[in-house]
Design a binder for this molecule. Structure first.
Ligand code: GRF
Length: 203
């Protein structure tokens, strides 16, 4: 029997990327199971989405905890739910160096720009205001630096003459919803290998 990959998803907000992964799994495009969704925001809509699909939805309360303590609680919750792959889908905190070192190669993030351009918050706004003609999204493995690890997939999105920050962000999001499931599928098929700064993708 082919092994099913257990996925733990970390979120903080609306969870549209989470939804695209759930839908892709349900369409059987990915041989995986989301075993837990963890949020640092109690009323994140992403938790609601998880519950609707009978996926365990866990709120980890960040109040009064330093980064290490919160990371440890998250790691414990992921262990309890046997998560092999950890997917950051709009998780708005930075994971500590210890967490990243322990889980290196098993944590992915999605960023709404073509890294290394426009890391950090409000990437679509940064790109729009800079005046680039092409932006996009990046799925990458997480390393100790923010929005920095080895790149798995990038999709380009042209900036149109009549774009606003919002219309650009919307088209980038549409590409995110294709890119994240695709990157996860490649991972579950054992086709990704980190070689230094690069990710080799086996055909
Ligand atoms: C996405 O734009 C993602 O690239 C960024 O945070 C946003 C999360 O959106 N990391 P959603 O919660 O998945 O809808």
């Amino acid at each position: 029997m082919v092994q099913v990959t257990n996925i733990g998803v970390l979120v903080s907000g609306r969870g549209s990327n989470l939804q695209s992964i759930i839908d892709s799994i349900n369409r059987k495009e990915i041989n995986a199971k989301i075993t837990v969704v963890i949020s640092d925001v109690e009323d994140a809509y992403a938790l609601e989405r998880a519950r609707k699909h009978d996926i365990p939805a866990v709120f980890v309360n960040p109040k009064g905890k330093d980064r290490e303590k919160l990371d440890e609680e998250i790691a414990e919750t992921l262990r309890e739910h046997n998560a092999d792959l950890i997917v950051l889908a709009g998780y708005m905190r930075i994971l500590g160096k210890d967490f990243v070192r322990k889980h290196y190669g098993r944590v992915m993030n999605i960023h709404p720009a073509l890294l290394p351009s426009f890391p950090g918050l409000h990437a679509q706004k940064q790109a729009f205001e800079y005046g680039v003609k092409v932006s996009g999204c990046t799925v990458h493995f997480v390393d100790a630096e923010v929005d920095h690890g080895p790149v798995i997939i990038q999709k380009a999105v042209p900036v149109l003459e009549d774009d606003t920050e919002e219309t650009l962000a919307k088209r980038i999001l549409e590409e995110e919803h294709k890119s994240y499931p695709e990157a996860i599928r490649l991972y579950t098929e054992g086709r990704l290998k980190i070689v230094g700064r690069k990710v080799a993708v086996r055909k």
